[in-house]
Design a protein around this ligand. Structure first.
Ligand code: CP
Ligand code: NVA
Length: 305
């Protein structure tokens, strides 16, 4: 079993992971040790920068009694062109599971095809499933559940947006994405959500319409990792696609504001909103740790599906 996308999971599995993460969080808060991964090692191959994903997985492994090895693409033979299929088979002989952060989603798919240990997506250009699971956990904590809530995404139709569409598809909540023309999520995800899910997933250019009465407001950077050269062009295209106090006023009074971080204050979100009373971004970041523990336990103790 791998975790490459949210769509790899069914509703029951997502609910179980969220519930388990909450229980592990509580146990950690009470200082009760829980070390089912003693003797296990997590490999981590990162070809892009990371703070949260790297640290939360490393601390998760440590708290669960195991250890982790971090390898950056450029410091390993991967950076010198060793084929993915060779790296995958070799790593499978050393570690018990692996987290990959890379560019094209096809790279992690190829890695997974050759891996004999579980592969976890730590972000690709197309998906960021572990982040969205932590986000759903955050919403459940703040709102008591996700059912019947109105989710709003403002900004780029990127990896985060795709994983949110898949979450809506699996969990059945209402998601409206406000994206500038030319930056909507890939139709593949929208069509699939429509065909397979009970959810209402809509894309619009109308920020106010999307934010109106929203329970959850969510955004992400205008230019993702790997798109640095497009930054100037994107700043123009995304102007106005921002969560600010005006947009927040349109949402429900107790709306939860999410951002996976890192944030660019003054671009996709204002300093006032990210530091404001509705912002849940620090709990959201903390929840990366608790959801990673649930994912690792599920894959390495329960054996996934
Ligand atoms: N949100 C997130 O994935 O952060 P990092 O890039 O710091 O891992
Ligand atoms: N969309 C962003 C998310 C960073 C966690 C990126 O891919 O850079």
């Amino acid at each position: 079993m791998n975790l490459l996308t949210i769509a790899d999971l069914n509703k029951e599995e997502i609910d179980d992971l969220i519930g388990r993460a909450g229980a592990l969080k509580e146990r950690h808060r009470k200082g009760i040790p829980h070390t089912p991964l003693r003797g296990k090692t997590l490999g981590m191959i990162f070809e892009k920068s990371s703070t949260r994903t790297r640290v939360s997985f490393e601390v998760a492994m440590h708290q669960l009694g195991g250890s982790s090895i971090f390898i950056s693409g450029k410091d390993s033979q991967i950076g010198r062109g060793e084929p993915i299929k060779d790296t995958s088979r070799v790593m499978s002989r050393y570690v018990d599971a692996i987290v990959i952060r890379t560019f094209g989603h096809e790279i992690i798919e190829e890695y997974a095809r050759y891996s004999s240990v579980p592969v976890i997506n730590g972000l690709t250009d197309a998906h960021h499933p572990c982040q969205v699971l932590a986000d759903v956990l955050t919403v459940v904590e703040k709102k008591g559940g996700y059912e019947g809530l109105k989710f709003c995404w403002i900004g780029d139709g990127n990896n985060m947006a795709n994983s949110w569409i898949e979450a809506a598809m699996r969990l059945g909540f209402d998601l409206t994405l406000a994206c500038p023309r030319g930056y909507a999520p890939d139709n593949v995800f929208l069509k699939r959500a429509k065909a397979e899910g009970a959810a209402r997933v809509r894309v619009t250019e109308d920020i106010a319409g999307a934010a109106k009465d929203a329970d959850v407001l969510n955004t992400d950077v205008w230019a993702s990792m790997g798109q640095e050269e497009e930054s100037a062009k994107r700043r123009l295209a995304f102007a106005g696609y921002q969560i600010n106090s005006e947009v927040l006023k349109l949402a429900k009074k107790d709306a939860v504001v999410l951002h996976c971080l890192p944030a660019h204050r003054g671009e996709e979100i204002t300093d006032e909103v990210i530091e404001g009373a509705n912002s849940a971004v620090w709990d959201e970041a903390e929840n990366r740790l608790h959801i990673q523990k649930a994912i690792l336990e599920w894959l390495l103790v329960d054996g996934g599906r």
